[in-house]
Design a protein around this ligand. Sequence first.
Ligand SMILES: [Fe+2]
Length: 309
Amino acid sequence: MIKVTDIAYARFRSPDLDEMEAFLECFGLFRSARTDTALYMRATDEDHHVHVTELGDPAFIGPAFYAASEADLEAFSQVDGVSAVEDIDEPGCGKRVRITDPDGFEVEVVHGIERLERLPTNNSFKTNSGDDVRREGDLVRLDKGPARCKRVGHIVLNVTDFKASDAFYGSHFGFVHSDECVNEEGETIFAFNRIDGGKRFVDHHTLLTVPMEEAGLGHLAYEVEDVNAVHIGHEYLKSKGYHHSWGIGRHILGSQIFDYWFDPLGFRVEHWTDGDILNEDIPMGKTPAATALDVQWGTGPETRLAKIP
Ligand SMILES: [Fe+2]
């Protein structure tokens, strides 16, 4: 077992890379590289890419996670079912191993991919929050346009056997439960997973596996600057005629302010901001599954699973 340090990207296939790139630019990502057969999009942080689309029939292929070191890749390659360490023959290079998860998603673990200069952010203002006054003399004036994504934050996988997937991701990659969601018998039926950062504070969840009849991508989530960015991004995607999925609202578990959209293939992507960060000192939560996906404010989960119109 290794402890992955973060999600790196997710990999898709599409017959129309132009269409995907046009959407992702409106969503707030930037072209990092494009070849004849694939598109690599980045966010404003240093990661070379946070979204990969290969040319092909529409598909979600799987997530990629960062290993802490090349030594971890070598150690992990000895595990049953894991590929040998291979050079990544793609822009950004680096090394990786691959393993197939219980639903057939191809999971990559990567290390040494090129890091890039950060891109400029915009619309960054301190907030005045009750007695915590941080913005003295600075006026909020916001630029319209795409909400620039900072980084990829988490992925939700729809899985056909929660226990098998939970064991797979926990035992291979070191994920730990931040919150368990239980049925009326007290049995855990899904769980929010964070990376095991020990004392270091990390996102409340990097991975969520949700039991469903059909396996697939639940959604892929990108952090944006703040609540202004969530709204400005929403208005921009709406003005471009893209299909909205769910939001704007504030989750209970993880506390993110969220807004979900459909990409041109019908896969959900999320803008979020202001999520909870936890470390090993924060006790795991247990929540009734029936209310786990309710909101603290905003649009409720009734339309959470609706398909693209
Ligand atoms: Fe999410």
